[in-house]
Structure formats: C-alpha cells, structure tokens
Write a protein that binds this ligand. Structure first.
Ligand code: HPA
Length: 272
C-alpha cells in the first residue's frame, strides 16, 4: 500500500508542480462548488490518478482540485467514494494517507446526514465529536502496512479537539450555530428504518450517514488530524413521520450549501 501511495503522490506532485497542500478537504453534498472558488486551480479527474477509483455517486464530480482559498493552499476532493457504490472500505479511504503523504497537515471531512437528535432541524450543522461505525467493516482489514500506521490503532481521539474548538470559534465569528454530536456511519444505500433510528438514538447517535467513518478511521490510523462536519439535510427515518427522499436531501444541501461553504472558508482562514 505504501508503494501505491508513493506512486499516486509522485504523479500528483508533477501535476501540481510541487505545490504542497496545507489542508485537504473532502467535499460532501452541497460543498462541491467550493472547489470552483479556489484560485490558481489545477484539477485532476480521479480516474487519471494511479491506484485511485472513480466516483459513480450522483452529483459527485470526482476530481482532485488544488488551489488557494483564504490565503492557504487547499486540496479538495470534489466528490468522494462510498461503500454503497461497491467500493471496498480500503478503496474509499485510500485517498486519506495519500493526502497526508502529499503534505496536508489536516483533513476536513464533510457530509450530508440525517438528524437523529430531536433538538436538530434540517439545515443545521453538526461537528462530529465521535462516531459509531455501524457498517460492520473496516478500511484497515487485511495486511497492515506499518509504514502507514500501527496494526491496532487507538480510536479514542479520532476527531481533533483543537480543530473542533476552532470550528466553534469560526462558527461564532460568522454567526452560524453549530451542534456537536455522534455520527453513526452506515452502509446504505437504502435509508434507515424507523426502528433502526430508534436503536441508534438509544446507542447515543445524533446523526446518521453513509460516508466519513472509513476516511476518519484511516486518518486516525495514519496520524492525520481530522475535523468532520455534517450538514443535517433531513430528519432521520420515523422522526417526523414523513418518508425520506434523495430529493429532500439534495434540496437542503443546495439551499444551505452557501452557508456551509462560508463556515468552511472561515475555518480554513483561521487554521495555522
Ligand atoms: N440517512 C443516511 N444517510 C443520509 C441521510 C439519512 O437520513 N441523510 C443524508 N444522508
């Protein structure tokens, strides 16, 4: 795996003319346009990068974009891979140690999620303080590469306290209210049943989604500090009595996308 990462990195360093990203960003629903706002952009389709998989998810562009934002060099994954597309957890998380090897000092993961906590409303934002990996799978299954990380990595501090505090300061600076909570990662692609959501609430979940946990685990494994923020695009199954639809998720993601991008820009501007 280490050799594959080196090959991806060699390729990208050439394409990016040796510009080194300070922060990497994985753009979930509603955030994709942020990559278009970067200055001095260089974009590479996932499919061109050695050992990288293409994204098939609807509305996920599927390219890496390097550029500057708020005076910092940023590398955006415009679109990501999901387990429900048929990728293995290791495929999904492959970009993470690669982003670290490219020089990123932190990664910001973003996603759309269903709200389980009844204090939340559609359109709210939540900083992920911790997660429950309910996929039953791990991106670290198989032979461990000690050059990337240890065999049995600790998961007590997956989400950087320093970056979570910074997110609060940034939200306050732009007048955005921010929840904190536990993200339950599921496989999808079907939304949950109402009974599953009741179970997740009892287990301590505040939001549920089909991404992020594999990437967070991989980041923790390779020692890349993570900040993860969910946009609550809908209340989870059974909470309002309404059926769930991709339409609703997309509508909220679009309607609240601009505010989400404002928050992310502010966070990046305040990062060291
Ligand atoms: N469940 C799972 N994934 C999601 C949801 C949800 O309710 N909303 C957005 N992504």
């Amino acid at each position: 795996m280490y050799e594959q990462i080196q090959q991806s990195v060699e390729f990208l360093k050439k394409v990016f003319h040796n510009r080194t990203p300070q922060v990497a960003l994985v753009l979930g629903s509603g955030l994709g346009p942020l990559a278009d706002e970067l200055e001095n952009r260089i974009a590479v389709p996932f499919g061109d990068i050695p050992h990288f998989c293409r994204s098939t998810a609807p509305d996920h562009v599927g390219q890496l974009v390097l550029g500057t934002l708020s005076g910092k060099t940023i590398l955006c994954m415009q679109g990501r891979l999901h387990g429900y597309e048929g990728y293995t957890p290791a495929d999904v998380s492959y970009p993470i140690p690669m982003l670290k090897a490219l020089g990123a000092k932190a990664v910001i993961l973003t996603n759309a999620a269903g709200g389980i906590n009844t204090d939340f409303s559609a359109g709210d934002f939540m900083v992920i303080d911790d997660h429950i990996n309910f996929t039953g799978k791990s991106p670290l299954t198989g032979i461990n590469d000690d050059k990337v990380g240890t065999r049995f990595p600790d998961m007590c501090h997956v989400y950087s306290q320093q970056l979570r505090d910074l997110a609060d300061e940034a939200a306050q600076a732009c007048g955005i209210s921010l929840h904190h909570g536990v993200y339950v990662g599921v496989n999808g692609p079907q939304y949950e049943t109402a009974a599953e959501i009741r179970m997740f609430r009892v287990m301590g979940g505040d939001a549920v989604g089909m991404s992020t946990v594999f990437e967070s685990i991989a980041a923790s494994h390779c020692g890349l500090p993570v900040l993860a923020i969910s946009m609550i695009t809908n209340m989870a199954a059974g909470i309002t009595g309404d059926s769930l639809s991709d339409e609703e998720v997309k509508q909220t993601a679009n309607a609240r996308g601009q505010l989400f991008r404002t928050l992310i820009r502010q966070i990046i501007s305040m990062m060291e």
